[in-house]
Design a binder for this molecule. Structure first.
Ligand code: CA
Ligand code: CA
Length: 229
């Protein structure tokens, strides 16, 4: 079959503390009167961190040249654009949407920009295949177990397996099982348990489990240990 998800015991070296996740979903539409066009951009905050200001990066695939922008200021270098929210633009809470737009000109094809990023993190197109893990954040008393569930947004063409990467601090145990998604069970949530091992320190450790399936946008689950020492 395939490699196990994680060993029976995942020891996470003290490194950077876990952080909230930035995730985003872009909708892009244009009104065109060649060679000019107006573009409207909506970026939904699908992560669990409020955006206090957004720096949006994207890349044109043609010779588009921006002439003006609203809600954000911009710099354009060749096909690469960086748009930064103006100071009066309100924060965007999880589930909220950032809006901006621009006027531009183009000669030749006018396909949507690619490589969208918010504050350095790649975005996905709405409706793109994604791993869906819930909940996003789990408070876990030291020495106990908690579970999250994983499913897929779209059916795979054939059986796929879930991979997992773990970053953060502390000692975490998880069963050596493999979660498999098939063209029939892809939308059924599968449970995965994680144990926060007893440790000698008094620090509330944090770990981020990143759930990965090839061809799907990854999702994450944050574990916040509640230390009992
Ligand atoms: Ca402890
Ligand atoms: Ca601890």
């Amino acid at each position: 079959m395939v490699a196990a998800l994680a060993g029976a015991l995942a020891v996470v070296a003290p490194a950077t503390a876990a952080h909230a996740a930035v995730a985003c979903e872009v909708s892009y539409s244009i009104s065109s009167w060649p060679p000019n066009f107006t573009a409207n951009v909506q970026i939904r905050n699908t992560g669990d961190e409020t955006w206090n200001g957004t720096t949006v990066g994207f890349r044109f695939t043609g010779n588009q040249t921006i002439a003006s922008m609203w809600n954000h200021t911009w710099t354009q270098s060749g096909q690469s654009v960086t748009a930064t929210s103006l100071p009066w633009v309100p924060p965007v809470a999880p589930g909220g949407t950032a809006y901006f737009g621009f006027t531009a000109s183009v000669f030749g094809p006018n396909n949507p920009p690619v490589d969208w990023r918010v504050n350095g993190v790649p975005c996905v197109a709405p409706g793109a295949p994604a791993v869906i893990a819930e909940p996003d954040l789990i408070m876990i008393p030291e020495g106990t177990s908690r579970s999250f569930t994983v499913r897929l947004s779209h059916p795979p063409a054939q059986q796929v397996s879930l991979r997992m990467s773990i970053t953060g601090t502390g000692t975490w145990a998880s069963p050596p099982v493999i979660l498999i998604f098939t063209p029939t069970n892809w939308h059924t949530p599968q449970s995965y348990s994680v144990m926060s091992m007893q440790d000698a320190d008094t620090v509330d450790d944090r770990a981020v489990f990143t759930l990965i399936v090839d061809g799907y946008a990854s999702d994450i689950v944050n574990f916040w240990q509640v230390d009992d020492d």
